[in-house]
Design a binder for this molecule. Structure first.
Ligand SMILES: [Mg+2]
Length: 217
């Protein structure tokens, strides 16, 4: 009876690993080591000498003292390069792959839809598995997290994490020079991809993942 065996295997899987949940994962600064590339390109294009700790990707115009039109010009010239050239963050491929074996992975990025093919190619090139790729074209990720019923978002931008966590979705904030400071409730700092993996797989109770899984079924 294959159907019965499927149920038995599923029950054993759940007993051992817990119910599968939906894990949201950002790209730039989380899967892709993009920031140094962005800063090099921005510094070169706008003839500045900014350092990584001075950068807020949410307010590039303010940091570089340029207009939105000037930033659009930069992205038109260098956007595809910035989407395709970063190296992956250390451990991202290995640990995302291990997480994907037990949970569903939703990539949630502020990248624009027009970069879908480049982004898919980049994810494939570095063996970064996922179930769905959401290119929002905006830094507003709260609605996407809620509509997909994500149980946690792995993110590096603190301001995005604050908005997402305020909607009740826990956030694992991958540590970076630009996201230092005290964290509000439901945001937990992770210092590496091993740390992300350990929290989601070994210590899911810290994120209340079991409870969110129960809510879904
Ligand atoms: Mg990011």
């Amino acid at each position: 009876m294959p159907g019965q065996w499927n149920i038995v295997v599923y029950v054993i899987f759940v007993a051992k690993w817990g119910l599968p949940v939906r894990i949201g994962v950002d790209i730039d600064g989380v899967l892709a080591d993009s920031l140094s590339l962005w800063i090099n390109e921005l510094n070169s294009y706008f003839k500045k000498n900014k350092r990584v700790e001075q950068i807020r990707l949410l307010d590039i115009c303010e940091t570089y003292e340029v207009t939105p039109q000037e930033l659009s010009g930069f992205l038109a010239r260098r956007g595809r390069y910035l989407m395709t050239r970063p190296e992956p963050i250390t451990g991202a491929s290995q640990y995302l792959g291990m997480i994907k074996k037990q949970h569903d992975v939703y990539i949630v990025t502020a990248r624009d839809e027009r970069y879908r093919q480049e982004t898919m190619d980049w994810l494939s090139k570095y063996n970064l598995p996922y179930d769905e790729l959401l290119l929002l074209g905006s830094h507003e990720k709260k609605e996407a997290c809620l509509s997909r019923n994500l149980s946690v978002l792995v993110e590096d931008t603190l301001e995005i994490g604050v908005k997402v966590s305020s909607a009740g979705v826990p956030v694992l904030l991958l540590d970076a020079p630009y996201n230092q400071g005290a964290l509000p409730d439901l945001i937990y700092r992770a210092y590496s991809w091993f740390d992300v993996y350990r929290t989601i797989i070994v210590e899911p109770h810290l994120l209340n993942l079991a409870c969110t899984a129960e809510r879904r079924i």
